[in-house]
Design a protein around this ligand. Structure first.
Ligand code: PBG
Length: 336
């Protein structure tokens, strides 16, 4: 009987998986707290942290709780936060006027965080969706059937300058208008902020995974529908070559970091961009990716800690240097 005879194999990859120390020695990808950027939601007032139903463990924070959370993150070794304001519906209008108010919530938040933690990298979104009553990332055409590109880009440039003046380290255009990275770069330089960087959402897909985030900032309710379509500016999930095109444009227009969003379902895109540019690549593990892991864990169908780790190691292995994730704090704590 042949089955008792060893195979004459020169290659036995299992040799290096035999013991824990051999597995550790041959591990190719390692996560560390400095890989993460924590997205945080900010609200007005003194209210207690306000839980977001579809994002267990994520809260809308008032300014003083925000500063506390940033301090806790910094202590755990998380080097950066990305701030997202949730405005009172009363403050929203068609033109997103509050985005250009020098004292708008997110700018006060930036000043408070930078004052308390000057070393922490602070990132703000450059997009109009938290400010518009229709929930779109820009202003609408006269016929109200689309977002008007060039008028929106002009507003984004002004918004970025206000954020730079408040002290952010990186502005992050998440709107997907054409030409916005170049326009923001020029606006920042003209205002004396040549040191403020641009983290560009270069390949941002028209994804269904943003649902919980839209609840968190109220952009879905603002539109009166959960089916707000951003298909005329965010990318078609079917497209890969187009991501390379978008990234090449942002790279040439002066983006410092190129981002892919969502992350987990778009690992091929992260890998493509990693080989196409020498700049750092970021990936955004979005609200829906976080929600689905939590939901399955709550049902007892998946192991939360292991899936969390695996989802993030996959994103890093694909080629992301930086990962925006709602798991940032828990992961940093787990890695200690
Ligand atoms: C919009 C914006 C979105 C997210 C960040 N900025 C969603 C959208 O396009 O409506 C989503 C992030 C997430 O789902 O976690 N400027």
């Amino acid at each position: 009987m042949a089955d008792s005879h060893p195979l004459a194999l020169a290659q036995r990859p299992r040799r290096l998986r035999r013991t824990a120390s051999l597995r550790a020695m041959t591990e190719e990808t390692v996560l560390r707290p400095a890989d993460f950027i924590a997205p945080l939601f900010v609200v007005e007032g003194k209210a207690a942290p306000d839980p977001i139903a579809s994002m267990p463990g994520v809260f809308r924070l008032n300014l003083s709780d925000l500063v506390k959370e940033c301090r806790a993150l910094a202590k755990l070794g998380v080097p950066a936060v990305a701030l997202f304001p949730k405005l009172d519906a009363k403050l929203k209008d068609d033109e997103g006027t509050q985005a250009l108010n020098e004292d708008t919530l997110v700018l006060r938040a930036v000043r408070a965080v930078k004052k308390a933690l000057p070393e922490l990298t602070v990132i703000t979104d450059v997009a109009l969706d938290p400010y518009t009553s229709h929930g779109h990332d820009g202003v609408l055409t006269p016929a109200r059937d689309d977002v008007e590109n060039d008028r929106t880009v002009a507003l984004l440039g002004r918004m970025a300058v206000l954020q730079a003046r408040a002290g952010v380290d990186l502005v992050a255009p998440s709107d997907m208008m054409d030409g916005r990275v170049g326009a923001i770069r020029r606006a920042l330089d003209a205002a004396g902020f040549s040191g403020t960087g641009i983290l560009a959402y270069s390949a941002k897909y028209n994804s269904a995974y943003y649902g919980p985030f839209r609840d968190a900032v109220g952009s879905a309710q603002a539109a009166g529908t959960r089916l707000l379509s951003k298909a005329t500016y965010q990318m078609n999930p079917a497209n890969r070559r187009e991501a390379l095109h978008e990234a090449a444009l942002d790279d040439a227009e002066g983006a410092d970091i190129l981002m892919v969003k969502p992350a987990g379902p778009y690992l091929d895109i992260i890998r493509e961009l990693r080989s196409a540019t020498t700049k750092p690549i970021a990936a955004y593990q979005v609200s829906g990716e976080y929600a689905q892991i939590h939901a399955a864990a709550k049902l007892g169908w998946l192991d939360l800690a292991r899936c969390r780790h695996e989802s993030l190691i996959a994103i890093k292995r694909a080629g992301a240097d930086l990962i925006l994730t709602y798991f940032a704090k828990d992961m940093a704590a787990a890695l200690r």
